[in-house]
Design a protein around this ligand. Structure first.
Ligand SMILES: C[S@@+](CC[C@H](N)C(=O)[O-])C[C@H]1O[C@@H](n2cnc3c(N)ncnc32)[C@H](O)[C@@H]1O
Length: 358
């Protein structure tokens, strides 16, 4: 058994089966053995995100943030908070582009890169050192307590937050807990561990089919409600894969949407090598809208990544995809990478963008 398996098994031996959310949180975020506490190289071997595809993703986002700044009537300081900033790659794309292309916006821009993992914060600090020195950026572990004017945004953070698992049995919810049997982690059915699970489904009017498995993303709900509370004037922009509730919990998703990723392979073997594989569940955008409303966030846009990026890139025919002095081959490669981000069969239709405003 690995040290993390030992820790989890010991906890289960002492206290009984644990909610899957607790198991997932330890697997992903244990400060030493968690998946996200390890080097970024492992993550790149398992899966990639839009940020890894091409800097155009960050450049188009930068244009969106500059629009927001205009909509807020050009506040002297615009706090741009990236939640789950990883090693700072997206931050670098956005800051470099704003500096070179959007000087008025850049003068007001104060970037806050928020990242839970200490090792990733360290890597981000190295990558972004120049912008930090110029007072355009700081790196923290927590969303700022108060955002007077700005935007809190995330790319593929919500799908990485811990979820509870349930199954509909004889008309009521049972929770799928994690037990340990002769050193192997196993599903154990039991009564729900918190009434927040019932509230989650009832608030959204969701009824599951008999035998259907589903996830309750309670952490994502708490997160968005808290972020809404901290924003005085501004936006929350969430980019991730997922659906609105009606689709997420329909008969096409009878087994739920939880998946494990390792070496670009997908499986439902959630208990294999804890801390060595990524665990992720599709995002419930309806829940983000509902819990956002509780702290004054109103939905202004919900669209596919395709439509979102097309609207930002078309005015200048995606000129931002090119770098000065590029060869023709590099330009062709850049156009192909752009296609991966936008094409419906690439990441374009799988990913959605939710924009909320307060
Ligand atoms: C799937 S990765 C995405 C990284 C990056 N946004 C990208 O698109 O490449 C999720 C990141 O969010 C971080 N994270 C998870 N929960 C967090 C939280 N509550 N606050 C800040 N960062 C968090 C993880 O450590 C990880 O670096």
């Amino acid at each position: 058994m690995t040290p993390l398996e030992e820790l989890l098994a010991e906890r289960i031996r002492r206290y009984g089966p644990i909610p899957f959310a607790d198991f997932m949180r330890e697997c992903l975020y244990h400060p030493v053995y968690g998946y996200y506490s390890k080097t970024e190289l492992q993550r790149l071997a398992d899966y990639y995100t839009s940020v890894d595809v091409h800097p155009i993703f960050g450049r188009l986002l930068a244009r969106k943030f500059a629009e927001m700044w205009e909509q807020l009537e050009r506040p002297k300081e615009f706090l741009l908070v990236e939640a789950g900033a990883g090693v700072g790659r997206l931050a670098r794309h956005i800051l470099d582009f704003c500096e070179a292309t959007l000087p008025d916006f850049f003068a007001a821009l104060r970037y806050v890169a928020v990242e839970l993992s200490a090792s990733r914060r360290k890597q981000a600090a190295e990558r972004l050192e120049r912008h930090g020195r110029a007072n355009h950026l700081r790196i923290t572990q927590e969303i700022p307590e108060h955002v007077p004017a700005g935007c809190v945004f995330s790319n593929e953070l919500m799908d990485a937050l811990a979820v509870h698992r349930v199954v509909m049995t004889a008309g009521s919810f049972e929770e799928v807990l994690v037990g340990c049997d002769h050193g192997r982690f196993v599903d154990v059915l039991g009564p729900v561990s918190t009434c927040a699970i019932n509230d989650y489904f009832a608030t959204q009017g969701i009824t599951l089919h008999e035998g259907q498995h589903a996830e309750a993303g309670l952490e994502a709900c708490d997160w968005i409600a808290e972020v809404g509370r901290r924003i005085e004037r501004g936006f929350v922009l969430t980019i991730d894969y997922g659906h609105r509730a009606r689709e997420l919990f329909d008969e096409r998703h009878m087994r739920g949407t939880l998946l494990a990723y390792q070496q670009h392979r997908v499986s439902e073997d959630f208990y294999r090598s804890p801390g060595e594989q990524d665990l992720t569940a599709h995002v419930n955008f309806t829940a983000l809208e509902n819990w956002g409303k509780r702290s004054g966030l109103k939905t202004t846009e919900f669209t596919s990544q395709t439509a979102f990026l097309l609207a930002l890139g078309q005015p200048n025919e995606f000129a931002d995809v090119y770098d000065p002095g590029q060869t023709e081959t590099d330009q062709i490669r850049a156009r192909l990478q752009l296609k991966t981000l936008i094409h419906p069969e690439g990441m374009g239709e799988r990913f959605h963008v939710l924009l909320q405003r307060k």
